[in-house]
Design a binder for this molecule. Sequence first.
Ligand SMILES: Nc1ncnc2c1ncn2[C@@H]1O[C@H](COP(=O)(O)OP(=O)(O)OP(=O)(O)O)[C@@H](O)[C@H]1O
Length: 252
Amino acid sequence: MASRPPRVSCDGVEKTFWLGGDAIAAVGPLDVVFEPGKTTALVGPSGCGKSTLLRLIAGIETPSEGAITIGGATPAEVTKAAGLAFAFQDAALLPWLTVRQNVALAFKLARRAPDARRVSDLIDLVGLKQFADARPAELSGGMRQRAAIARCLVTEPGLLLLDEPFGAVDELTRTRLNAELPALWQERGTTTLLVTHSIAEAAALSDRILVFSPRPARIVGDFAGARHDPRARAGLIEAVAKALASEAELVS
Ligand SMILES: Nc1ncnc2c1ncn2[C@@H]1O[C@H](COP(=O)(O)OP(=O)(O)OP(=O)(O)O)[C@@H](O)[C@H]1O
């Protein structure tokens, strides 16, 4: 059974890394709520802490200050119950398994009976039909990324964390995936956080766009998305670009 989309709350969240005795403030303080079933794009300068925020929400890192709750539970509890899926920048597929086995693995990790039909359908949808029985080493970087996305979507988790999911994909494939894939999670109303460097992608795919400051990541812009309103997109892209540019000026 698919899990219900949760509300995600970050309350006073901060993350500091320690590197050879030096403190690296990566995130916060951050107070933000992500509403259930909405797609939020996270944009900001390179190295500002976006990936760290996703890793905190996934329970891979723990906050130095503050707390994160996902539908009232901790990230560790949600991860244990397979209530979230995380697509990394470098698709982490198991090298000894085929694409089909890697995608089906999501069912095993969620302690559910595999649905072979759904596995095949998703592999087709991400354009890997001919490579279903290939191993990751036989695929390009973009193909591996598409297989990882299929694995994230196959069990219909309530929370999707996508870290530049289309980063290694060519422009044409990216346009096709942008047109087809979001419907898979948006029709079900999955809570989705999408880190992207493409403002156009953020405007077209999301209900909300958050602009972050240079490290430590703090919210400096909060815009309504325009996925249902193509005519509003040009103006939105301009406004987000302006907010980002003013942050870049602060760094230089
Ligand atoms: N495990 C870690 N140990 C020490 N520093 C870290 C660690 N993880 C991240 N950082 C630092 O935290 C900062 C934020 O990194 P993060 O990967 O979150 O940025 P980002 O906004 O996702 O960057 P990009 O857009 O370039 O992918 C960087 O300065 C990075 O060096």
